[in-house]
Write a protein that binds this ligand. Structure first.
Ligand code: MEV
Length: 435
């Protein structure tokens, strides 16, 4: 397949069987047979045993591919690891509609991580702050010295922020933020090393005592933004006009803006997409969760991460802006065999590009949820997939799953006991047919 003339527009991808889907993805990303095999339960136990403690096994999740993504004019197939049905289908369909509006425009806004150094027992906060400001060039030089590898790759110290807390449960404190560009690494280790390495210097400069030295997960210096629009006529559904669907989506989004109870669910939908890409690519999804929700509450009132509006021509447009501290080197991104292949499928060249795609996925996922909620509700699609899971849990083999699930959905009776009954009937029937 030609390198960049390929399209991720793969209508009907879901109708293929798994071997056909794999073959397509293998061709798309030029995967070797070994890499393709790594898509399947590939983490060796000995490797797993070195990753965390007290290992007794592995925990596998389905790895799906979201299709139709066009971000900044580039086509992407997006690997997503997630246990929840409907997410991959929903986001792929959403990407197809956004494509009709020209795809997503996305930008990574900044690459700096924040390392926090907490200083206590400071006699005079003003004086200590002045001293840190004066010593800033020396502190930044030392930070660059401590992480010279990142400096060589284009990263490095970018500045200091000083935050003052004259009142806290343990008295006044000063917090020094080191802003450091970690390039293509998420950079948690680098930042924690830096915070620890700079602590003695900060103590000497402030005359105080350093306690915490750790990165902040509110990575608001490492944001990404995605925007896109959908022609209003593409929104028509089940006899409801595109105009009306757009209006209902705006109403749903407005609730998330004003009400934290709804915003939490709205943002959870965004994170369904973002986390699934993070998991597939070996990134730390807890970092992203922490950053997203802290950022959503930055004004003091928790609100939605996305915004939706109508354009001058009446199209539906949306944007998502959120902290996205992700990497394509370091951590599990390269050491986990499946994550490595997932990154190859995605084809991103930089961490910023990964963040851009993830922002687009978050926005698409948000749209998919809002559209379903504003039209048929999410249960219809969910139920079909839920029924399949119940069938699998009842012991159905791959060729039996859909038969049982379809029957349960038609009967509107999706329960383990019913799945077992249908399975028994099915097997008795096929035994009789065989004999
Ligand atoms: C379910 O995992 C996610 C949704 O609840 C998101 C939303 O309500 O916007 C459908």
């Amino acid at each position: 397949m030609a390198e960049r003339h390929r399209t991720s527009e793969m209508s009907g991808f879901y109708t293929l069987d798994m071997a056909q889907r794999r073959r397509l993805v293998q061709e798309w990303a030029n995967l070797s047979d070994e890499e393709t095999a790594a898509l399947e339960a590939s983490l060796p136990l000995e490797h797993a045993d070195k990753m965390i403690e007290n290992v007794v096994g592995r925990c596998a999740l389905p790895l799906g591919i979201a299709t139709h993504f066009l971000v900044n004019g580039v086509d992407y197939l997006v690997p997503m690891a997630i246990e929840e049905p409907s997410v991959v289908a929903g986001v792929s369909f959403a990407a197809k509609l956004f494509r009709q509006g020209g795809g997503f425009q996305a930008q990574a806004l900044g690459r700096e991580m924040i390392g926090q150094i907490q200083v206590l027992d400071v006699a005079d906060l003003d004086e200590a702050e002045r001293a840190v400001r004066q010593a800033e060039p020396r502190i930044l030089r030392h930070a660059d010295f401590l992480q010279s590898g990142l400096v060589a790759r284009g990263g490095g110290a970018r500045g200091l922020e000083i935050r003052r807390f004259p009142e806290s449960p343990v008295g006044p404190m000063l917090v020094v933020h080191l802003l450091f560009d970690t390039v293509d690494a998420m950079g948690a280790n680098a930042i924690n090393t830096l915070a620890e390495g700079l602590a003695p210097m900060i103590e000497e400069i402030t005359g105080g005592r350093v306690n915490l030295r750790i990165l902040s997960n509110l990575t608001d210096r490492r944001m990404a933004r995605a925007e896109g629009r959908i022609p209003v006529q593409a929104l028509a559904r089940y006899g409801v006009s595109g105009e009306e669907v757009a209006q209902r989506i705006l109403e749903a989004a407005a609730l998330a803006e004003v009400d934290p109870y709804r915003a939490a669910t709205h943002n959870k939908g965004i994170m369904n997409g973002v986390d699934a890409v993070a998991l597939a690519t070996g990134n730390d999804w807890r970092t992203l969760e922490a950053g997203a929700h802290a950022y959503a509450a930055r004004s003091g009132r928790y609100t939605s991460l996305s915004r939706w509006w109508r354009t001058e021509t009446g199209d539906l447009a949306g944007s998502l802006e959120m902290p996205l501290a992700v990497g394509i080197v370091g951590g599990a991104t390269r050491s986990h065999p499946t994550a490595r292949v997932a990154l190859k499928i995605l084809g991103v060249q930089t961490a910023s590009q990964l963040a851009e795609v993830m922002a687009a996925v978050g926005l698409a996922q948000n749209f998919a949820a809002l559209r379903a909620l504003a039209t048929e509700g999410i249960q219809r699609g969910h139920m079909a997939l839920h029924a399949r899971q119940i069938a699998i849990a009842a012991g159905a083999q791959p060729d039996e799953v859909d038969i049982i699930a379809d029957r349960m959905v038609a009967e509107n009776n999706i329960r383990p006991q019913r799945a077992e009954e249908i399975l028994r009937l099915l097997r008795t029937h096929s035994e009789n047919a065989d004999s």
